[in-house]
Ligand binder design. Structure first.
Ligand SMILES: Nc1ncnc2c1ncn2[C@@H]1O[C@H](COP(=O)(O)OP(=O)(O)O)[C@@H](O)[C@H]1O
Ligand SMILES: [Mg+2]
Length: 153
């Protein structure tokens, strides 16, 4: 199923991230698709703030992954695979170790990890719409039992 949401400004993108944060259970993976500047990192910032992270949220463009241990015992791993040379590098990153039962993975540019990433539990595609953005939220059909409610309104 797909749900569409219009995001008039960056605050709306953060608010969508916050609502997803309230619904994504530990052990799940969210893919964030969309062009450079579409608002993927902005959504992650809203997600992390809503889960109690107080510090900065910077794009892991060069580090590929930034991990945020949270007060509730879960860890959020924020990946940005834009600069991944080869999907095989994910092995070197130890990606499999990141996907544990008490962590949540938020992955920008998942298409760069094609064939190496496990299937997502939820996909958000952000598209530019003049000065605003539009979010397309999908629960992939290959997910046997969706761990989350896609009604994020
Ligand atoms: N809904 C929105 N409407 C307008 N600007 C937005 C929206 N969401 C995010 N932005 C802005 O878009 C710019 C790029 O956002 P960013 O999250 O870094 O994109 P990405 O991670 O997809 O490259 C930022 O200046 C951010 O404030
Ligand atoms: Mg980004």
């Amino acid at each position: 199923m797909e749900r569409t949401e219009r995001l008039p400004d960056a605050a709306a993108t953060e608010a969508l991230g916050a609502r997803l944060a309230a619904r994504l259970a530990p052990g799940t993976t969210l893919w964030l698709r969309g062009e450079l500047g579409a608002g993927k990192t902005t959504l992650v910032r809203g997600f992390l703030r809503a889960r109690g992270h107080r510090g900065a949220v910077k794009s892991p463009t060069y580090t590929l992954v930034e991990s945020y241990p949270l007060a509730d015992g879960t860890t959020v791993h924020h990946l940005d695979l834009y600069r991944l040379g080869d999907p095989g590098e994910l092995e070197w990153l130890g990606l499999r170790d990141l996907l544990t039962a008490d962590s949540i993975c938020l992955i920008e540019w998942p298409e760069r990890g094609a064939g190496w990433l496990p299937p997502p539990d939820l996909v958000v595609r952000l598209e530019m719409e003049d000065d605003a953005r539009c979010a397309y939220i999908t629960t992939p059909e290959n997910t046997p039992s969706p761990p989350t409610d896609t009604r994020v309104g």
